[in-house]
Design a protein around this ligand. Structure first.
Ligand code: 3HC
Ligand code: NAI
Length: 706
């Protein structure tokens, strides 16, 4: 017993309760506390069985992830949970684990070391360690196949998805679902099993006989495809395979070896960084936790195009009634048809019920007028990109909307303050910049204007959460965080083809780096015309004499807008499969010749470095200027909005891992060769590289400074 784990008595049943908020992670003191409580109860003649449960909102969400960093840095020794779990399993009195909330990672491993498991109907179990770049390290890969069977254990350990109570019961991971009061149900269950010899999970072998080489082959293939580049899923498969070939103790030893290989890897550091980055992102230093959040009961969206339709679905998905307005019936019908088709596809995939779809559609009201806008708590604008139109729309809605109504623009690049200036409530105006497809992508940049109120920001953050999005605060600078950084990245990709790399080289190098798709493939997907229009709008900002990419505009002039027209940087068949386009290749050569650009063979390493370091350099500027609050926020933007490989932690974490000195040296070389206008190193990068600092160190310094 200690301050984290206590014991109480329900007649002859001892109830051991863990109280380590917020998620009862197995931090220092928790395993020891459980151990000592179980030992006390085991020695107490008045106790016939023991229940272990979590106090507060959950059972045990796993090992304390913060401790891993200390182990890797050598600050703390690695301490195995295995002996502690064996002691639970060897307890002579039945130990019943009572699960509510989540039993994740080490939490499920503790539960499986108990003799029985009961569960609340809404609880989840899982081995999500792979999402942190590690594998279960406390015999999860050895006990789970003994309970759930080999195929399911491989799936759970390699892919990390949680499982609900019903499925866990059907598979034998848990023994009973307790409706109603969990403590009472668990105590009653414990009384039923008291006096019987407690079954030990590690001694069960029946389900291990299901092992079949094909299970592992299939899982490896799937991991190579869906977790491309990641080591942990393959290690997890190997560890479960070991359970089917080795006795329990030897299997645990193999698991421990594989665990250590994963733990001491950059991938796990990157993924753990991503975990904490995602949780830090909603904290805005000057917006206190208790800032009043207004309730969003009704919403309205203007524009039912690509983005407006997706944004409308986001509101409906969150259960918020929403009006969507267009100017013409045809556009409105098209938008609604897209929404219906989207939902119908989700139903077809089995991810939504027909009733669920109907319910969501019922929440959406299509309109050609502003009728009903006077009741909205938030109005989201998603009309064409253009300052004049945005101002006209904001002036109109400002007249109609309630004074407390938030007005959010989905603009990609425009100045939110200028948009706000036409309203009488600049404090309620901000950017809600979604990413396409808006109903799928989890990122939402919340753009803070000069006058935006703290309440509007706090409400937006809460709304993002309600929509199951990740809200990231961005300053009001052209392109905000993500698109601003994308500019130099795409610029370099285009320069590289002009200088001699093929389209396939550029796409392939970044795909191999881990990006979901190469930069030119991404441009083809988004539509080359989007950038073409933006370049025309911002032409006046181009500095004379500074090199700009030349090919994309020429492609657009030829009507080649990318996938939507079947041709862009690549050629696309009816299934949108890309192939080499000799015409593009010829055009690139011609453009380079006309511009006097020398062509040469370019290595993949140069392609990756020029594109990614361009991203990093602009990221350093964004951070230095305060457009992003933290380097880790930038990583969250790139991981969730641009499919940057999670196991590389995001561009800023990646730069730290490469070493800022190396990044700076390369940028300085390019600056000498391609000119300072293109490659002047960001002041913050220079400062950190010279002082031996890192972006994550910069974040820590800022956090301490408040
Ligand atoms: N260790 C340390 N801190 C943790 C944690 C953990 N395992 N899980 C959550 N936290 C912290 C979060 O950082 C956050 O802290 P903050 O308030 O200071 O930002 C706080 O707990 C609340 O977390 P969330 O904001 O994520 O709360 P939610 O209610 O949205 O989600 C959760 C709860 C589903 C438990 C989610 O936090 C989660 O998935 N946690 C990670 C679970 C996990 O990966 N477990 C495996 C750990 S590795 C392991 O067990 C190894 C073993 O095999 C030996
Ligand atoms: P879109 O062209 O698909 O849709 C715009 C819609 O707005 C059209 O259907 C049009 O009829 C409608 N519209 C125009 N004026 C209107 C008015 N006064 N009232 C009601 N409806 C009106 O454009 P898209 O791609 O959806 O872009 C919308 C906004 O979102 C732009 O600001 C764009 O920069 C931004 N954005 C676009 C992304 C993308 O990938 N397409 C990603 C993130 C932001």
């Amino acid at each position: 017993m200690n301050e984290l784990v206590s014991i109480s008595h329900h007649a002859d049943i001892a109830v051991v309760t863990i109280s380590n908020p917020p998620v009862n992670a197995l931090g220092p003191g928790v395993p020891e506390g459980i151990q000592s409580c179980i030992a006390t109860a085991a020695a107490d003649p008045g106790v016939s069985a023991i229940v272990v449960m979590g106090g507060g909102r959950t059972f045990i969400a796993g090992a304390d992830i913060r401790e891993f960093g200390k182990v890797v840095s050598g600050e703390k020794p690695r301490r195995s949970l295995l002996p502690f779990l064996l002691e639970i399993e060897d307890c002579a009195k039945p130990v019943v684990m009572a699960i509510h909330g989540t039993a994740f990672g080490g939490g499920l491993e503790v539960a499986m070391a108990g003799h029985y498991r009961v569960i609340a109907p809404a609880a989840l179990v899982g081995q999500p360690e792979v999402k942190l770049g590690i594998i279960p390290g406390a015999a999860g890969t050895q006990r789970l196949p003994r309970l759930a069977g080999v195929a399911k254990a491989v799936e759970m350990c390699a892919f990390g998805e949680p499982m609900g109570a019903q499925e866990a019961l059907a598979l034998g991971i848990v023994d009973r679902i307790i409706e109603g009061d969990l403590t009472a149900g668990a105590v009653a269950f414990a009384r039923e099993v008291a006096g019987h010899p407690p079954p030990k999970t590690r001694e069960r072998t029946a389900k291990l006989r299901d092992a079949d080489a094909e299970i592992f082959d299939r899982a490896r293939q799937q991991a190579r495809k869906t977790r491309r580049g990641q080591n942990a899923p393959l290690a997890a498969i190997e560890a479960v395979e070991a359970a089917t070939k080795l006795p329990f103790e030897a299997g645990c030893a193999r698991e421990a070896e594989l665990f250590d290989e994963c733990l001491y890897s950059t991938q796990s550091r990157a993924l753990m960084h991503a975990f904490f980055a995602e949780r830090a992102v909603s904290k805005i230093p000057d917006v206190p936790k208790d800032t009043p959040v207004s309730e969003i009961r009704r919403a309205a969206v203007i524009g039912a195009g690509t983005m407006g339709a997706g944004i409308t679905m986001n509101y409906a998905n969150a259960g918020i009634p929403v009006i969507v307005k267009e100017t013409e019936q045809e556009a409105l019908d098209r938008g609604m048809a897209n929404i219906r088709r989207n939902y119908a596809n989700t139903v077809k995939k089995g991810k939504l019920s027909q009733a669920g779809m109907d319910q969501r559609l019922d929440l959406i009201t299509p309109r050609l007028t502003y009728d009903g806008f006077e009741n909205a708590d938030i109005i989201a604008e998603a009309v064409f990109e253009g300052m004049a139109l945005k101002k006209q729309v904001f002036a109109e809605i400002d007249r109609i909307a309630r004074p407390e109504c938030i007005l959010a623009s989905n603009t990609s690049y425009l100045d939110v303050d200028e948009i706000a200036s036409v309203t009488n409530r600049p404090e309620m105006v901000l950017g809600h910049h979604y990413f396409s497809p808006a109903n799928v992508m989890r990122l939402l940049e919340i753009v803070r204007g000069r006058a935006t109120s703290k309440a509007a920001l706090a409400t937006s953050m809460a709304l993002a959460k309600r929509m199951n999005k990740i809200g990231v605060l961005a300053g009001n600078a052209r392109g905000f965080i993500g698109n601003r950084m994308l500019g130099p990245y795409l610029r370099e990709a285009q320069f590289l083809v002009e200088e001699g790399a093929s389209v396939e080289d550029v796409n392939g190098a970044l795909y191999d780096f881990g990006m979901a798709m190469g930069p030119l493939a991404m441009s083809d997907l988004a539509g080359l015309d989007v950038g073409w229009r933006a370049r025309r709008e911002f032409k006046h900002l181009e500095k004379p004499g500074v090199r700009v990419p030349l090919v994309a505009d020429r492609l657009c002039e030829m009507g080649r807008y990318g996938q939507k027209t079947g041709r862009g940087w690549s050629r696309y068949d009816e299934n949108r499969q890309a192939s080499h386009d000799p015409e593009t290749a010829a055009l690139i050569e011609q453009v380079a010749r006309e511009a006097g650009i020398g062509r040469r063979a370019i290595l993949h390493q140069e392609i990756v470095e020029r594109c990614i370091f361009a991203l990093v350099n602009e990221g350093a500027r964004v951070l230095g200027e305060g457009v992003a609050l933290r380097a880790s926020d930038i990583d969250v933007v790139y991981l969730n909005g641009y499919a940057f490989p999670a196991w590389r932690g995001g561009p800023m974490f990646y730069a730290d891992a490469v070493g800022l000195g190396t990044v700076l040296a390369r940028i300085q070389e390019w600056s000498a060769c391609h000119g300072e206008d293109l490659w002047s190193p960001a002041p913050l990068l220079v400062e950190l590289a010279r002082s031996g600092g890192t972006f994550s160190g910069f974040d820590k310094r800022r956090e301490v400074a408040g």
